[in-house]
Write a protein that binds this ligand. Structure first.
Ligand SMILES: Cc1cc2nc3c(=O)[nH]c(=O)nc-3n(C[C@H](O)[C@H](O)[C@H](O)COP(=O)(O)OP(=O)(O)OC[C@H]3O[C@@H](n4cnc5c(N)ncnc54)[C@H](O)[C@@H]3O)c2cc1C
Length: 391
């Protein structure tokens, strides 16, 4: 019992873990079960080495302390439905958030609708609008794969940097849970498709000491980020399994295994764009400098899904950039599990293995809009994971 309480305390405090979402499942329930009885867990080694890095990408999370902006605004004769500011949860909430924006847009009575932006939120909302009967044109400065969304980890992490705890009111929680559940169920509909756009993986949190003995990161006086998943989505994930030393192939360490929903963003994005164009969707590459530029569009109802771009376009100073960097290495189809070790996450994406320094709190990268890759950080991510397989 003591161990369980300790583990729960640890997991609550491990904000870095929450960043990747690799351990969200662990927070869902404090009680881990002992992994499959009798069998020794054999994790196939990862060829993690700096010379296998193919790409280092940087992305800016569009974080708002109060959570995403989902209201409706009049700009001249245009109705603008906002759908931006999803922090580290844009993919995870895209279907539910898109559904809210779709309802607002369809309520105007217009059936020719513009979506500004072609990232996670823009693409998904455009599809939902089509499914609701609208003719949709996407207007965007950049298209996939050159949008920030393309540089995300690709995990279902619906409360990652979604808002500050002090803004997680009962009304916010209700909306968030609805968005998160709707998205989760929409993603399940992509399981088993050719190209594996979405799949479940096992993720292992690896501890050098028993999890309950691992010191948690001390609060540093800054406001806490909201943690909503364990409270509001506990039923969506199975409870974690625990593997002690001798029960797995990673030496004397302690492992917690959770199930994670993973998005292979290359094939998933392709699936979205294929459906959009098959439904008659149009795309126009263009940039807007002020909301007044919307006057040139023929559509009277617009969905603003510009992500961090809304800070400049709408002067939304409440949007804070939170930098995050991925190192990609050559794909290894035989590796199908994720890891989280010493604040580094590893995700076995089919379009390239992903390594990421998550830092020791959700403030890692906060208020940093630099998009310059940091090679040292990339190599540190890869070598930290490699150390698990060193002989
Ligand atoms: C390292 C990292 C890992 C992440 N991992 C995950 C994860 O595993 N799961 C998850 O759910 N989320 C994750 N996120 C968060 C996720 O990436 C974001 O929440 C998401 O990308 C936001 O999508 P968006 O569509 O709002 O913005 P964007 O992807 O930035 O798209 C904005 C679109 O608007 C266009 N645009 C912007 N301004 C203008 C303008 N003025 N005129 C015309 N067009 C404009 C852009 O060209 C683009 O097409 C991660 C983020 C980072 C940094």
């Amino acid at each position: 019992m003591q161990g369980r309480i300790g583990r729960r305390r640890f997991l609550r405090g491990a904000a870095a873990v929450a960043t990747l979402g690799a351990l969200h499942g662990c927070r869902l329930t404090p009680a881990a079960s002992r992994g499959d009885s009798g069998t020794r867990l054999q994790l196939s080694p990862i060829r993690a080495s700096a010379d296998r890095i193919t790409r280092v990408t940087v992305c800016t999370r569009p974080f708002r302390a109060a959570g995403p902006r989902l209201d409706v605004e009049k700009v001249g004769v245009k109705t603008v439905v906002h759908n931006y500011g999803h922090g580290g949860s844009g993919w995870s909430l895209s279907w539910g958030s898109g559904a809210i924006a779709t309802a607002h847009a369809m309520a105007t009575g217009e059936r020719d609708i513009a979506v500004i932006g072609c990232g996670a939120l823009g693409m998904t909302t455009a599809l939902l609008l089509q499914r609701a009967g609208a003719r949709v044109t996407i207007y965007a400065k950049d298209l996939p794969p050159n949008v920030r969304s393309a540089f995300a980890t690709g995990l279902y992490t619906p409360d990652s940097r979604i808002c500050l705890e002090e803004h997680a009111t009962p009304a916010f929680k209700e909306t968030w849970a609805q968005m998160a559940r709707q998205s989760f169920h929409s993603y399940l509909g992509f399981l088993g498709l050719p190209g594996t756009p979405v799949e479940f993986i096992d993720s292992y949190a690896v501890f050098d000491n028993p999890p309950e003995d691992t010191p948690r990161t001390a609060p540093d006086g800054r406001p806490a980020f909201a943690e909503l998943q364990s409270e509001l989505l506990a039923d969506l994930m199975p409870r974690p399994d625990e593997f002690g030393p001798g029960r797995h192939s990673l030496g004397q360490r302690h492992l917690l295994r959770v199930s994670q929903l993973m998005f292979n963003l290359t094939s998933y994005t392709q699936a979205l764009m294929t459906e959009f164009t098959a439904n008659g969707g149009r795309i126009e590459v263009t940039e807007f400098h002020t909301p007044a530029d919307f006057a040139r569009l023929k559509e009277r109802t617009l969905v603003n899904a510009t992500g961090y771009g809304a800070r400049a376009l709408f002067g939304d100073q409440s949007l804070v950039p939170v930098r995050g960097q991925l190192a990609r290495t050559i794909p290894e189809p035989e590796v199908g599990y994720g890891l989280f070790y010493r604040n580094v996450g590893f995700v076995p994406r089919r379009d390239g293995l992903v390594f990421q320094v998550a830092g020791d709190s959700e403030y890692y990268g906060y208020d940093d809009d630099s998009e310059v890759p940091d090679r040292d950080e990339a190599e540190r991510a890869v070598t930290t994971i490699a150390s698990l397989f060193a002989r």
